[in-house]
Design a protein around this ligand. Structure first.
Ligand SMILES: [Zn+2]
Length: 316
């Protein structure tokens, strides 16, 4: 199991996005849990993780109303995805849409084992108009034993009547502090030794993605030189040399790199800023070459070759 899956937040306290953690805590402390939520935000920000935590909090047998125990039968089966009263549907697939159509009848039935049924509808903006209207009818008068959690990356595509009947929770890209918080949980759990300097470097290159941050940390924990060699390349200077067409120093740096994908991402990031901030249109051909190489890197048997070709095409 990857660290990302192993260290997925399991309690409200482990939710790393502060605004989300605070909103949810306040709602749960009030003792009045709304029957329909809308979780909106970019991919990888933890919407599904939180939906499961909420389902556990509602159904936990040792419920203290604020966070799930994680140890009872309900909590364990929800974590493993085998709880028959917690139904996860993907609106992007036909199955999800058909299920929503039948929902009005199904929701009337009492839960099998749990206190309440929880429907988690992922990519809710993909529901057809027909399915949305069927869902709306249920949201208007949800039975006491039913909760809905809608998750979406595109809330603006949902019909307004659904938005107005759900409690909106906004998931934003993580800040550096929030990334650091999630990494510290992994570091503690795996007893990883890492300097603050290297930790901050990982935070910086993961650019607000919990998934990427934990992935980089995992690579680092398996091979201390893996990321560090890459992180030791001064990418700002690398890009300056690239613009100056200093082939020798650039190719030496590429050779040092142990993570071409991450290096390419950082190069594109810097070039993008230059393009937007100083309208450096002369860099467009270079950006195109690097982007092209980035695609090729994924399939090339020699990871650094596409980037080297791009550099040579630009310089020569
Ligand atoms: Zn429990």
């Amino acid at each position: 199991m990857t660290y990302y899956l192993k260290y997925r937040p399991q309690t409200i306290e482990e939710i790393d996005i502060t605004s989300v953690r605070v909103s949810l805590t306040n709602i749960l402390k009030s003792g009045n849990i709304p029957h329909a939520f809308l979780f909106a935000g970019p991919k990888g920000t933890g919407k599904t993780s939180l939906a499961r935590i909420l389902a556990k909090t509602i159904n936990c047998e040792n419920n203290n109303k604020v966070t799930p125990c994680g140890a009872c039968e309900q909590c364990i089966s929800i974590t493993s995805g085998t709880n028959i009263d917690v139904i996860e549907m993907d609106a992007a697939s036909n199955r999800g849409i058909d299920d929503v159509r039948a929902l009005r009848d199904i929701v009337k039935l009492a839960p099998a084992n749990a206190k309440a049924k929880v429907y988690i509808i992922d990519e809710a903006h993909m529901l057809t108009t027909e399915a949305s209207n069927a869902l709306l009818k249920t949201l208007e008068e949800p039975p006491a034993h039913v909760y809905f959690i809608l998750a979406t990356t595109n809330p603006e595509k949902l019909i307004d009547t659904i938005k107005s009947r759900t409690t909106f929770i906004s998931f934003t890209k993580a800040t550096d502090e929030e990334i650091l918080r999630s990494l510290k949980r992994v570091i503690k759990g795996e007893k990883i030794k890492i300097t603050n300097d290297n930790l901050n470097k990982i935070v910086k290159i993961s650019k607000g993605s919990f998934r990427d941050a934990v992935k980089y940390l995992e690579q680092y924990s398996h091979d201390k030189s893996f990321l560090i060699k890459d992180l030791e390349i001064d990418v700002e200077a690398f890009v300056e040399n690239l613009i100056k067409k200093d082939i020798k120093s650039i190719l030496t740096d590429v050779k040092k790199s142990k993570n071409i994908e991450s290096l390419t991402d950082q190069i594109v990031d810097i070039l993008h800023k230059k393009l937007v901030n100083s309208h450096a249109t002369e860099l467009i051909p270079l950006i195109e070459l690097i982007l092209e190489s980035s695609e090729m890197t994924k399939v090339s048997p020699i990871e650094e070759l596409p980037l080297e070709i791009a550099i040579l095409k630009w310089c020569v």
